[in-house]
Design a protein around this ligand. Sequence first.
Ligand code: FAQ
Length: 311
Amino acid sequence: EDAALVDAFEARVAADEFIEPKDWMPEAYRKTLIRQISQHAHSEIVGMLPEGNWITRAPSLRRKAVLLAKVQDEGGHGLYLYCAAETLGVGRDELIEDLHSGKAKYSTIFNYPTLTWADIGAIGWLVDGAAIMNQVPLQRTSYGPYARAMIRVCKEESFHQRQGYEIMMALMDGTEAQKAMAQDALNRWWWPSLMMFGPPDDNSPNTAQSMRWRIKRETNDQLRQRFVDATVPQAEAIDLRVPDDALAWNEERGHYDFGEIDWEEFYSVIRGEGPVARERMQARRKAWDEGAWVRDAANAYAAKAAARKEA
Ligand code: FAQ
């Protein structure tokens, strides 16, 4: 690559300018963005499944309407993010093909099952809470289309986080059985939520370069710590116990210390061995196949409309 072009690019990034689709960029920067944005898009789409599982079983009309809206938001975020990836010169069919063949990654968190209604509360509170921690800094990521997508996405995620916490509050205000259900959901979702931030910094191959390019604005461990610090008081406020015996406020650091994450589990889920990984991919492929007639009809309609214009 032309050294002068690289220098000019690096200077723009260092000056906190946004890089736009038609601007020159190093091939490795483009590749990294396609990787991260497409994984993010896949996570949103696969992330519709664990909660979609509870739409027909929501405990009231109000809960059902809210959950429907949330899951639709996630679909919207996915489409938004696929569009951002497309501006980098990759086709959507190719991205989806990579997801369905198991080649592309998506967040480990969506490979765990939603066993009770309380899981819907825990997902909104913890999973969307973690997503916000990670995505607020991405509003200032160096690639313009990704940064702008994150602005709307973060607004919607804030609503998702609150609806989840409000479900947990209602359960903790309920019967002994409801309280136990909420605690059980926290027990199962806490550690996988911490894993969402990725491997520890000293074992994160992409962090250093992505920080230099200002694709990532903070490291995995920094964001994970911020999530723990924000979330533990929220658990305490409604009498939930975070399932970590090593958890303790560290006055000197001004942060919570917390226990060791089971990285073996993390890497096995990344390898596709998560508890419901197979079911997730089956559901995605089935939806894709069953939606073929819609895509065909849309294409036929577009072709007809174009032909009419020419005539
Ligand atoms: N799961 O070197 P690093 C949501 C991979 S939120 C799976 O640290 P990087 C909203 C990583 O890709 C969830 N894979 O990588 C929602 C890399 O593999 P590669 C989605 C993971 O990119 C809420 C390798 O490990 N959010 O969907 C995970 O610098 C509720 C080495 O890792 C985003 O994607 C993981 N947890 O940092 C929807 C946010 N962690 O590609 C529905 C944007 C790491 O080299 C319901 N992404 N890996 O083969 C990011 O910020 C970054 O990509 C990180 C990883 C922080 C995820």
